[in-house]
Ligand binder design. Sequence first.
Ligand code: GLU
Length: 311
Amino acid sequence: MAGANPTPEALQAFLDRLSAEIHERGDWGKVADYIPELADVDPAQFGIAVLLADGSMCSAGAARVGFSVQSISKVFSLACVLGRIGEQIWQRVGREPSGSRFDSILLLELEKGIPRNPFINAGALVVTDELLTGRTPRDALSEIIHFIRLAADDDDIHIDRAVAMSEQDTGDRNRALVNYLKSYGNLKNPVDYALGTYFHQCAIEMSCIQLARAGRVIAGLPGAPAILSPTRARRINALMLTCGHYDESGDFAFRVGLPGKSGVGGGLLIVAPGRASIAIWSPGLNDTGNSRAGTFAARRLAEFTGWSVFG
Ligand code: GLU
């Protein structure tokens, strides 16, 4: 990545202007309503936190408000499974962008039960299933939470059980996906264990400040705890760049030029490798299921900083 980082003061002033601009635009999108508990969140909220390599944290807006990280948890479950079984996970899940809906059944049928990548739901369910092998759902969840707490150096990160139960009641597509995986012999644990663990992992709640801190290990920032090897962090970054934003992954790479992972709670974790870990939240989504204001803010931030993995 070319150029110098902005000073924390210049970045802070920029984030304050950006937050004001987002509120003036008022272009919030629609909250995800297929998980009833998320349907009640006010879309007109915006928070951003940027942790720089020198340890300074700049933030603006609702950066301390907790939100449901949903699919962003898949980055951390993948980190855990790579630590546990390494490359063997690639026998059960691919590494290609999907170009289809994140919960597509069609793709799984076509590809005979090997999900395209670990960030679509079927792939994440396989990762979670692998983390469950030889242990209880409680222990598998503890491993993910423990990893995130260590990464963020914050024990105050937990699961919102109401969100998990809400998805448990309505997650029929995910139930269908797990059953498909099972029918193709790509599920090692009982369907209900895999689903329950997955729903709870998606229901982890974090604020932008907490998420930006947890992202230190993926961004390889100085001072991050040594819980993820640099090679694995690079590989996770590559998957975030190519597969992190549902059907909009190509456009995000084109316009922002940084690895990122979004979730239907409206969160985004974005990585400027070696430079910064960025968390953005605005719960209103665009048509592809990514945070509308959050994606706009990511573009503005990339323009302001000049950060891009492409030089
Ligand atoms: N728990 C959500 C689901 O499986 C996560 C989706 C997302 O954030 O992309 O539908």
